[in-house]
Ligand binder design. Structure first.
Ligand SMILES: [Zn+2]
Length: 370
């Protein structure tokens, strides 16, 4: 027993010395430890806030309050002399900023901004004037307003130095003046077939490009998982959105989209598609992240036919959509509808959506662009 007691006393002394050593080290690095502790907690709270949106996010902010309060008490107990007040101020500031950061990140509707970029030529000036006169960006802004976004998204037109393009990048959708000009010229072309009007050739293509790029933006903003190629998913999103608007001229707008893809493929009309051999396209087109223009046309048309076979039966009758493909289009549409319902719909503010649908946002009038 004695030897045990001696051993116990000496081990307690060693333990006390070790504690004193740790306390001395801790005191020497006290500020750093406290900062790391706060940084660690705040970092995780911020990560959690980003993962959970809406009410859950606010709940996390509320949950952070007792943690901050606990930290404050802990610091009061362990504070050393002059450091106490300075540390308290820093800690409370971090807690305050953390809470405000989380609230600022709460996803909300009406988060789309617009920006008409400066035109670089008289032709683009006329284009810009008409877009503004018709409130084109304002209408797209309103159409996208029901989506609850974690940060603002800008929709803009821009001069792209001759590049006929459109893209989503760094929280902004950009549609080049050159792309709009290309759509207008295609619509005005004598090559345009009789089954699509100039008005719908412009409207269909414009709605499609804005919604396609908005699709990319929402995939990014809402962290939506994608099986398959993102470009195809963005096409599906655009087609689904257009079909969901329930506009009376949906078939005519769809004809406008079909025309722009046919035009891009260098094909004048569906009759050409019945030929046994089409020209071989550049291998780079096969390697592109986008599907080929004709594939994009068939995919979009298939969703339209799948959504409403009676309304789009002409697509099969005219030979625009092969009957073999048409057979499975209802299933293809249901697949997209299911993905939208599960992945996108929870991010829609239904009250704002009701207002948008009631105001017929995309009705731009008969003559849209010069
Ligand atoms: Zn794209």
């Amino acid at each position: 027993m004695k030897s045990v007691s001696t051993h116990s006393r000496s081990s307690r002394l060693a333990s006390d010395a070790r504690i004193a050593e740790v306390e001395a080290t801790f005191a020497g690095h006290y500020i750093g430890y406290q900062y790391h502790a706060v940084e660690f907690l705040v970092g995780h709270l911020a990560d959690l806030s980003r993962q959970f949106r809406g009410d859950l996010q606010e709940m996390l902010v509320l949950a952070s309050e007792p943690i901050c309060s606990m930290l404050k008490k802990q610091m009061e107990r362990t504070m050393i002399g002059k450091c106490r007040l300075a540390h308290l101020i820093v800690l409370l500031a971090v807690c305050f900023l953390s809470a405000n950061f989380s609230l600022a990140q709460a996803p909300k509707a009406n988060s789309v901004l617009i920006d008409y970029g400066a035109p670089s030529s008289p032709a683009h000036q006329a284009l810009d004037d008409t877009l503004k006169q018709k409130g084109a960006l304002e209408r797209i802004q309103k159409l996208l307003s029901p989506f609850r976004l974690p940060r603002p998204l800008t929709i803009r037109t821009a001069n792209c130095n001759g590049d006929i393009n459109a893209w989503f990048e760094v929280d902004a959708v950009t549609i080049c003046h050159e792309y709009i000009e290309y759509v207008v010229e295609s619509a005005k072309s004598w090559k345009r077939p009789g089954w699509v009007s100039e008005h719908h050739a412009i409207m269909g293509a414009m709605i499609d490009v804005f919604l396609h790029e908005a699709g990319h933006a929402l995939f990014d903003y809402l962290d939506i998982p994608i099986f398959g190629r993102e470009e195809d998913a963005a096409d599906q999103f655009a087609a689904y959105m257009l079909l969901s608007l329930g506009r009376q001229d949906t078939p005519q707008l769809m004809a406008g989209i079909v025309y722009i893809y046919l035009n891009e493929a260098g094909i004048r009309d569906f009759s050409v598609l019945k030929r046994k051999r089409l020209r071989i396209v550049d291998h780079k087109q096969h390697a592109d992240v986008h599907s080929l223009p004709l594939q994009r046309m068939y995919n979009t048309l298939c969703l339209a036919y799948g959504a409403n076979p009676a309304l789009f039966k002409e697509a099969v009758e005219r030979g625009a959509l092969p009957s073999d493909r048409a057979e499975g289009c209802a299933e293809e549409f249901q697949q997209v509808e299911k993905a939208f319902r599960i992945l996108v719909q929870p991010h829609i503010d239904l009250e704002v959506l009701q207002g948008v649908l009631a105001s017929d946002t995309l009705s731009l009038g008969r003559k849209v662009l010069p």
